[in-house]
Design a protein around this ligand. Structure first.
Ligand code: HEC
Length: 121
């Protein structure tokens, strides 16, 4: 009987712990969006294959998204947001070029960062 009780406790904690973990994974935390910790990794993973300092002329149409001042220009003229949101495809190409749209959570983070003035933090 004692053994069964502890087994039940273990199983119950697994269920509860598992749920918490699942909740964490399924929510999108945009409370503290920073360039260095959030935005740059998104660009690194999805855009630098064409838009890094080393290859942007050959592969990225001359658009450098690795050097911050250059990236900031496309943020300020609105093209970065339109490109990732696919919101104005007749004027601004949908990005990542030839790939799938970024996940909603990445888009929310980019939007939040831009709304905050796109600081280099
Ligand atoms: C496979 C290569 C490739 C990838 C990956 C890619 N781009 Fe591009 N991007 C290009 C090329 C080439 C152009 C030049 C315009 C065109 O061909 O549509 C471009 C143009 C742009 C422009 C200017 C669009 C315009 O019409 O004014 C922006 C902004 C941009 N990319 C942002 C991004 C972002 C942000 C990502 C990642 C989420 C990304 N790109 C991923 C190749 C790529």
């Amino acid at each position: 009987m004692k053994y069964l009780k502890s087994l039940a406790v273990v199983l119950l904690s697994l269920v509860i712990f598992g749920r918490c973990k699942y909740d964490k994974l399924s929510t999108c935390d945009t409370s503290e969006v920073k360039y260095g910790t959030n935005i740059k990794p998104i660009l690194q993973n999805n855009c630098y294959t064409c838009h890094a300092q080393s290859n942007h002329v050959a592969d990225g149409g001359g658009y450098n998204l690795e050097v911050f001042d250059s990236l900031k220009k496309f943020v300020d003229d609105g093209r970065l947001l339109k490109a990732v949101n696919w919101s104005d495809p007749s004027n601004v190409s949908a990005m990542p070029k030839g790939g799938a749209k970024l996940p909603e959570c990445d888009l929310s983070k980019i939007e939040k960062w831009i709304t905050a003035g796109a600081p280099e933090n």
